[in-house]
Design a binder for this molecule. Sequence first.
Ligand SMILES: Cc1cc2nc3c(=O)[nH]c(=O)nc-3n(C[C@H](O)[C@H](O)[C@H](O)COP(=O)(O)O)c2cc1C
Ligand code: SF4
Length: 485
Amino acid sequence: MWKPPQRIKYIARPGSWPDAEEARRSRLFSPLSFGALRLATRSWVPAMVPWRATQDGYVNDDVLEWYARFARGRPGALVIEATGIRDIPSGPLLRIGDDRFLPGLRHLAETVHRESHGETRLLIQLIDFLTIRRRPPREKFLRRFLKIDRALRDRLDAGHTPEEVIRERLCAMSDAQLEQVLDAREFESLQMGYRERVSDMHLEHVRKLPQVLPGLFAQAAARAREAGIDGVELHYAHAYTMASFLSAHNDRADGYGQTRDNRLRLPLEVYDSVRQRVGRDYPVGCRLLAEECIDGGSAVADACHYATAFARAGMDFVSLSRGGKFEDAMQPKPGEAAYPYTGPSGYECMPQYISDEQGPFGRNLEPAREIRTAVRAAGYETPIVTAGGVHGFRMAEAMLHDGQADIVGAARQSLADPDWFLKMRLGLGAQVRVCEYTNYCEGLDRKHKQVTCQLWDRSELDEPDVRRSADGRRRLTAPDWHPPG
Ligand SMILES: Cc1cc2nc3c(=O)[nH]c(=O)nc-3n(C[C@H](O)[C@H](O)[C@H](O)COP(=O)(O)O)c2cc1C
Ligand code: SF4
């Protein structure tokens, strides 16, 4: 992962912990009720892909245990990882694109409700993504994948030269020469692997996204409701289809790009279609980027506009993230796919302990305050969920007091210690295992390996019934913690 050049090292210091009485009186542990959303506390575990599902996208015992483990810490809300809305193979990522996924998802909802004693609301993040291919070996790309079309022949001044001869010439060229003769997208496909964009209007399935996606999201949301999941989070963040529609880079000329309001059009149409399908009494919100954090990308002013529009449309919450884009991702090795959390925008999404003057904790707080202020100024009370480096009670309380959040999200801290919310509530904060923000977990995610935390994945490996990673070396969930008494 990219790191800021300043390389300043930070230590996570949670500050003092509350006693049980202070926790009881706190904002963090007070209930929240807005629209269809009812939370017992303002604590939230954002979506994290753990690479646990079956190859066909079904819930299995590892998935159940992953979410059960978070549920035992009784967060107000727990968001199921980005779950694919289409019925297409996508490896061990959860899917909800067909009714055959319902029994597994139902089991998951029952498990979380049971393990949290009915306290945690389980939401599911619904995602659509476009095709991205692995970076091809150079020879293979030039000899097989690259199309030798008229434009390329012209640039090479190759006339009617046989294709095989042209490919031979290309193979002999340096990267710098190839950059001159290939068009920008061809060169990108060679360097990074082929990646579709929402502005690829020459592709019929991309052109038709506005016709297809509202229905697909609505069906997926209806399944979530049928499975007993308590609400849906539309994934409008990071590097995926819906965020690409909202992006300032979206230059589609069909009324779904170019201007702010056009870029908003499909996300609003998707939301309307979901709402019509699931009804007013079912929680529906989205995850949105406060900033894209890439050159020419959407900025906080765009997010203020978008969040206000979503509030006006009737969303029950807006959860804020930042960055996580393909545009500045690092070059993958041949045979691997680009990963949107490897560049500077990826750093903004999951900042780690080696940082710059601003540090890794709370980089989204000021943007979140601006966005929340804009939503309130427009007359809406829609709750804003803010995450990013939260690892202590004082920080969480300050966010709620200072108008930077209505609900506090903590992803990696909850992975480091899934019981941390419960420990704080019981006045046992001193027992919290504090995240060190090393991004070991993110590294596993990048390699598509089962995600664990370095603070516990080698602990008590010999306990009976410990579920282990595929190589047997790591435990898959944190050791159990039992409150005293
Ligand atoms: C292993 C891992 C997987 C993640 N998967 C998702 C995801 O599926 N959807 C999403 O919106 N964010 C995902 N994120 C980002 C987190 O939800 C969160 O926004 C980010 O880690 C910053 O919050 P934190 O500092 O509390 O960890 C993931 C993060 C990690 C570490
Ligand atoms: S591996 Fe554990 S300690 Fe390191 S960033 Fe992830 S959750 Fe935090």
